[in-house]
Design a protein around this ligand. Sequence first.
Ligand code: IPE
Ligand code: IPE
Ligand code: MG
Ligand code: MG
Ligand code: MG
Length: 296
Amino acid sequence: MDIASYLAEKRMLINEALARFIPPSKELHHTVVEAMRYSLFAGGKRIRPILCISGWEAAGGGDAAVMPFACALEMIHTYSLIHDDLPGMDDDDLRRGVPTCHKKFGEAAAILAGDALLTEAFYLMTDPRLYPGLDPARLLGAVNIVAERIGYRGMVGGQMVDVESEGKESSLELVQFIHRKKTAEFIQASVVSGAYLAGASSDDLSAFARYGLHLGLAFQIRDDILDVVGESRIMGKPQGSDKIHHKVTYPSAVGLDRSRQSEEAEIREAIRSIEHMNSRSDPLKAIALYLLEREH
Ligand code: IPE
Ligand code: IPE
Ligand code: MG
Ligand code: MG
Ligand code: MG
C-alpha cells in the first residue's frame, strides 16, 4: 500500500478537525487559545491520532466517528511537548520548526496552554454528542485506557524519571523504563483506544497492545538516535539536546549501532504482534515499517 499517501490523507483530515475543535478566540482569555493553536498547528506528524484511527479501522470501525477522540490524543501529545520544552524540563527553544511555546508566549502562557490542551482533550473524549451511535460505556472504557497511560503511571511518570536521571549513568534497564513510560504507553493507548471504540475482541486488544508498545519503544529509540545523527532543519527541533542535558538515552546506554538494532527488533515485534490479522490491519503494519526509516 502507499503508506505516504495514507498518512498524508489522514493528517489532512485530522488538521481540519482540529481547526474546527479549537477555533481562534476573541474572548479576554484569547492569549491561551493563541498559544494552544500556535503549538498545535505548527506542524507535527500526527502519529498518535493516526494510530487511533488505524486501530479503529483495523478493528472494523466505519467512517469518521472516531475523529474527535483521535484529535483529543493530538491535544494531549501537544501539551506534553509544550511542557517537555519548558526551562524546568528540557529547556529547548525550537519545536515543530518554530520557537517553542514558552519562547513565543512566555512561561505562564505555555504552562496554561499545556494545561488547557490536556483538559480540552478530556472535554472532547467525553462528549457523547460527538459520538452518535457509540455506546457511552465504550467511550468511558476508551478514556480510561488513555488516562491510565498518560498520568503518573505512564507518561508523566516517565517524564519525571527522565528529568531526574539527567547526569546519571545510562543503563539499558533505566532507559527502557523511561522509554516505556514517557512514550510507548501513550502510543500504545492511541491504537488500543481506537480498537476498543470499534469493539475489538479481548484477544485482538491484547495483540494491538503488544503492537503499540513495541512501536512506541521503537519510536523513542529512533527519537534518541535522531537527537545524535538527525538534522535540526528536518526534525524541526534541536539536534544534540540530549547530550547537552546529559540525558539517559538509548545511544548513551548501548551506542548507536545497538540502538539501531533494537529499533529494528522492536518494529519487527510490533508487526509480528498483528501479523495474523486481516488486511484491515495493513496500514498499522505499513506505519511500523515507515517509522523505522523516519528522519523527523
Ligand atoms: C516527539 O513526538 C516526542 C516524543 C515522544 C518522541 P513526535 O515525534 O511525534 O513529534 P511531532 O508530533 O511529530 O512534532
Ligand atoms: C519526550 O521525549 C517525551 C514526551 C513525553 C514529550 P523527548 O524529550 O526526547 O522528546 P523531544 O526529543 O524533545 O521531542
Ligand atoms: Mg524530554
Ligand atoms: Mg525534549
Ligand atoms: Mg528526544
